[in-house]
Design a protein around this ligand. Structure first.
Ligand code: ADP
Length: 649
């Protein structure tokens, strides 16, 4: 790489420089090799030539040696020495004694007359010595050896010639290299220009999508490059169009999603980095309050930690999670979101973000809850329908019984009232007529008796009318209650005294039994006397012998509020006929009379006990009967004492 940094930046110059460097390196190597071969070839040639020259001299000199014609020998040598490059030539006898010697010095051939003794070889000899001279010994034979030709040839001029030629070659080669580089540059100029254009086109291809450049046919590579660039441009254009369309589609889809859904995106650690307007609307937070936070910001506490752990476990494994999550908005209201969480996985299979798409189902959730509750109620109703029907049936049966009873009461009322009105009226009318017709003939006893009957019947009629009027007043709230603080003991004693004679005259003992205690009550004394009168009248009516007891006692009772208070208990205990158990509840109802001969004998309206009940209950008291058929009845009533305090504490 360092080498390329040293090179010029332009590719054509680089090519030229590299070519120049390569040629500059290769050419001398080539020349050296050539010189080496040339020199070897020239030396071989020169050796052969000098051998031929020596051989020719040897053959020509045979006769001259045999006849010892040294002059001819010398002229022969001088002639031969004119051969370029020869330094000296000698002819010796077979012992090596020089007989003729020619020397060439600076192109001048001259004979040498020094007596030299050379040592000839045994056979023909040719060699190059250290002075770059070819030395040839060629035997001269005429059947037998008669002498030797010795030749010394200088290779210096040969070498010079070779080097001269190589130098010229180098100069020519240098010129050629230069020319080649110039031609190369010229040749590369156009392709380089096209490559430059292609590079510029390639660099701008992303901007000029869909553009084309002219195809360069100068070379296959350029044609391929320009064609490829045009294809790449067209492909890029197509891809860009597709991408633009996809981006537009995605934007449309995102817009639609944002319009319809609540969208938030978190990173792999659950930190929100995108929340759409709907998310902000529903949660009530600003964008900067949400970005960088976790969804715990809107955690409602409705779901358990395990619920969220399960969600994370699923989505971290790349699974899509769907379900309802209850969140808390900024105002503290619960919001239910039907949510889908989609994990986006990277190439290593790990989630890098989670997209949460939700719709607000709070109202639906409320409706569902309401529906569930209604369904539950409906189910319960259905389950208990049979019970309710049964209960209603029982109630209806009871109501029916009540109606039947009321109908009976009404009939009784009609019969009782008509009977109770007619009977005394008939009596009064009959005895009045008797008195009217026979008053003069009648003894005073009879007259007295009839008048008493009329009087009794008038009382009876009056009582009935009073009872009916009293009940009507009570029912209509017109009854006047003259309440005052009274000692119940006195009221009891008063009633006892009032009824004592009647009991005595019937032969029934009436006892008064008042225990110790404070009997202060706040009541209308006349009404309480009315109660006592009713009870004592009945006791008198239904008791024929024995005794009747009128008692007063102080007891403790528990009120509806659970308080323990003091109360007065009054009882009228007789030895009469008694009252059957099934009748004990009914006798306090209006016009109800026990259907017995005894009752019919005494008559009555069936209103007395009902009036007693109304009066006692008006003062928050209670009245009931205990009976032992046929041994008698015991009517009891209690009245709360005045200022009675809670005895519990
Ligand atoms: P009546 O005017 O018929 O006496 P009451 O309401 O006073 O009306 O009594 C209702 C019925 O209760 C009576 O007809 C009678 O059958 C029964 N009754 C009331 N007191 C006694 C009693 N002391 N002993 C037996 N039966 C009684």
């Amino acid at each position: 790489m360092t080498f390329y940094r040293l090179l010029p930046r332009k590719l054509d110059i680089q090519v030229a420089v590299i070519c120049g460097i390569l040629m500059t390196i290769m050419l001398p190597i080539y020349v050296m090799n050539e010189v080496k071969h040339e020199i070897k070839y020239v030396i071989d040639t020169k050796q052969q030539e000098t051998r031929v020259v020596a051989k020719n001299i040897a053959q020509t000199s045979i006769e001259y040696l045999l006849v010892r014609d040294y002059t001819s020998l010398e002229s022969l040598l001088q002639h031969a020495a004119s051969y370029p490059g020869i330094l000296d030539l000698q002819i010796t006898d077979k012992a090596g004694r020089v007989v003729s010697d020619v020397v060439v010095d600076g192109g001048v051939i001259s004979s040498r007359f020094e007596v030299l003794n050379l040592t000839p070889p045994k056979n023909m000899f040719i060699n190059i010595n250290d002075d770059n001279e070819i030395v040839v010994w060629e035997p001269v034979s005429s059947g037998s050896l008669i002498g030797w030709v010795r030749l010394n040839y200088s290779l210096e001029s040969t070498y010079k010639h070779v080097y001269q030629r190589m130098f010229e070659f180098l100069v020519n080669a240098g010129i050629m290299v230069f020319m080649i580089i110039i031609l190369l540059l010229l040749f590369l100029r156009k392709p380089m220009q096209l490559l430059g254009m292609a590079a510029e086109f390639a660099s701008n291809v992303s901007d000029k999508t869909g553009g084309t450049m002219p195809v360069a046919y100068q070379s296959v590579e350029l044609e391929k490059i320009t064609t490829a660039l045009n294809q790449a441009s067209a492909s890029l254009y197509e891809k860009e169009r597709t991408i633009n369309k996809v981006v537009k589609d995605l934007e449309t889809q995102k817009h639609a999603l944002d319009e319809h859904s609540i969208v938030s995106i978190t990173d792999e650690n659950g930190y929100i980095f995108y929340a759409n307007d709907k998310f902000l609307d529903v949660t009530g937070y600003q964008g900067n309050e949400v970005i960088g936070k976790k969804h715990e910001l809107v955690k409602s506490g409705v779901h358990s930690d395990a619920f969220f752990k399960d969600i994370w476990k699923s989505v971290k494994q790349g699974e899509i999670w769907k379900g309802d999550i209850c969140n808390l908005n900024k105002s503290g209201q619960l919001i239910w979101l039907n949510t889908t969480i989609i994990p986006f996985m990277n190439q290593t299979g790990h989630p890098y973000q989670y997209v949460e798409i939700s719709t607000d189902v709070t109202e639906k959730k409320h409706a569902e809850t309401e529906l569930e509750q209604k369904n539950k109620i409906l189910k319960e109703l259905t389950e208990h329908l049979e019970d309710i029907v049964q209960q209603r049936t029982v109630e209806l049966e009871k109501a029916n019984e009540e109606l039947l009873y009321l109908n009976k009461v009404k009939s009784e009322f009609v019969s009782v009232v008509s009977h109770e009105l007619r009977t005394p009226l008939t009596s009064i009318k009959s005895f009045t007529e008797i008195l009217e017709d026979d008053v003069d003939d009648m003894c005073s006893e009879d007259r007295q008796r009839y008048l008493k009957i009329i009087n009794d019947e008038t009382d009876r009629l009056g009582r009935l009318i009073n009872d009916v009027l009293d009940l009507q007043k009570i029912d209509s709230g017109m009854m006047q209650w003259k309440d005052e603080v009274s000692d119940l003991k006195e009221v009891i004693e008063s009633s006892f005294n009032l009824f004592k004679p009647a009991f005595d005259s019937k032969g029934v003992q009436l006892n008064l039994n008042i225990k110790e205690g404070g009997f202060n009550v706040c009541v209308d004394n006349d009404r309480i006397k009315q109660v006592l009168s009713n009870l004592l009248s009945n006791a008198l009516k239904f008791t024929h012998e024995g005794d009747v007891s009128l008692g007063l006692n102080e007891i403790e009772i528990k009120t509806d509020d659970g308080l323990l208070v003091k109360a007065c208990e009054v009882e009228v205990d007789d030895n009469g006929i008694g009252i059957p158990e099934e009748e004990r509840g009914r006798i306090f109802k209006r016009f109800h009379q026990v259907d017995s001969s005894e009752t019919r004998k005494h008559g009555g309206s069936g209103l007395g006990l009902n009036i007693c009940k109304e009066i006692i209950e008006h003062y928050n008291g209670q009245i009931w009967v205990e009976s032992r058929v046929p041994k008698g009845s015991c009517f009891k009533f209690i009245l709360p004492e005045m200022n009675s305090v809670d005895l519990t504490s």
